[in-house]
Design a protein around this ligand. Structure first.
Ligand code: ZN
Length: 345
């Protein structure tokens, strides 16, 4: 059967986790928040060595284990070097669309613990000065971070304690509109993370035991390819709850849960995918079944790492992924409903 999804919980969770900077490799703050949220719901958490958060839920039959993974790490950047004028040269973390970063506000997390603000810009940023301001390719070598500090030369920036290896996080600019659009960077995959946390909240509130033991993994290195490379060995099947693709010949919208039978890493498990489609039909959910042409998930990472599992992939439809993303409350709602149906039927 279907259960009511808690709107309050979803909105609260978006408010709490979307605003915490978490580029891949710098997820300690967001994972701490996840641990707090999960313990408020009433479940225990454990961390693996690289900092993924794992939550176990007792099932009716604990001889089989269903895993669900969502990643809380995001794209970002890292300081590569300091330019002679005191601006920062950066290296991308994950698959950024650099054009969309031009003009974005960011924060620099120095290893001394100080946090600085700045703006990502082209190295020809002023139309009144540079002939190529419009046309200059937005590439790592043609972009920099302008610090909000009185720096004129490299040494000034060094004195602040900023150095190569400092993390750069881009402002996600999260907004929820009156008509329930969620506009933000990094809905991939804080949207999916919100969905699996909402499933936990629902199971606890309705006092439901899933059919099988459930292990939820909130992973931290997905955007760089190895989020769920290591998973608890009792997991028999793993479903990635990650963003659904929108565009070109794909049928998904921001209001749907997307079910993916195949991405760039190959086909997902036949039986899992079929069951997901059947449940979406049975409960009249808004859903789409789409091939993702340029995509790999945490399940792909787990399979490549040699885990003895079968895998699936679902998630809310996300428009303009890895750019200024947008989804809709209904996309999250349909995803949570499908997850609930999957683990209880
Ligand atoms: Zn993702």
């Amino acid at each position: 059967m279907l259960y009511d999804v808690s709107r309050d919980f979803i909105i609260k969770t978006i408010g709490e986790i979307f605003s915490i900077d978490s580029p891949s490799g710098y997820c300690k703050d967001v994972i701490k928040k996840i641990e707090e949220l999960v313990s408020e719901i009433g479940y225990k958490t454990e961390l693996n060595r690289k900092g993924n958060c794992i939550i176990e839920v007792d099932g009716k039959d604990n001889s089989y284990c269903v895993g669900l993974c969502a990643h809380v790490d995001t794209l970002g950047a890292m300081v590569r070097s300091i330019n002679s004028d005191g601006t920062l040269r950066f290296t991308s973390i994950g698959g950024n669309i650099l054009n969309t970063l031009d003009g974005e506000y960011c924060k620099i997390y120095s290893r001394s613990g100080k946090v600085f603000t700045g703006t990502i810009l082209s190295t020809s940023p002023a139309i009144h000065v540079f002939k190529d301001a419009r046309d200059k390719e937005r590439s790592e070598e043609n972009m920099c971070v302008r610090l909000d500090e009185k720096v004129r030369k490299k040494e000034d920036t060094e004195k602040l304690g900023i150095m190569a290896g400092d993390f750069i996080a881009v402002d996600p600019k999260t907004q929820i509109t009156k008509n329930d659009f969620i506009k933000s960077r990094y809905i991939d995959d804080k949207g999916g993370t919100t969905c699996v946390l909402s499933l936990l909240e629902l199971l606890k509130r309705e006092i439901i035991k899933p059919n099988y033991k459930l292990k939820i993994i909130i992973s931290t290195y997905e955007e760089v390819g190895h989020g769920s490379s290591n998973i608890p060995q009792d997991i028999d099947e793993l479903i990635a709850v990650d963003m659904g693709c929108i565009g070109d010949d794909l049928s998904c919208t921001e209001y749907d849960v997307s079910i993916c039978p195949k991405d760039s890493s190959g086909p997902y498990d036949y039986d899992i995918t079929t069951k997901l489609i059947q449940l979406a039909k049975k409960y009249n959910l808004n859903y789409a079944v789409d091939i993702y042409p340029q995509y790999g998930s945490d399940v792909s990472a787990a399979l490549r790492a040699g885990n003895n599992i079968k895998g699936g992939l679902i998630g809310p439809g996300v428009h303009a992924s890895h750019g200024m993303e947008r989804t809709h409350y209904e996309g999250l709602e349909n995803t949570i409903k499908l997850l609930t149906a999957y683990v209880t039927e």
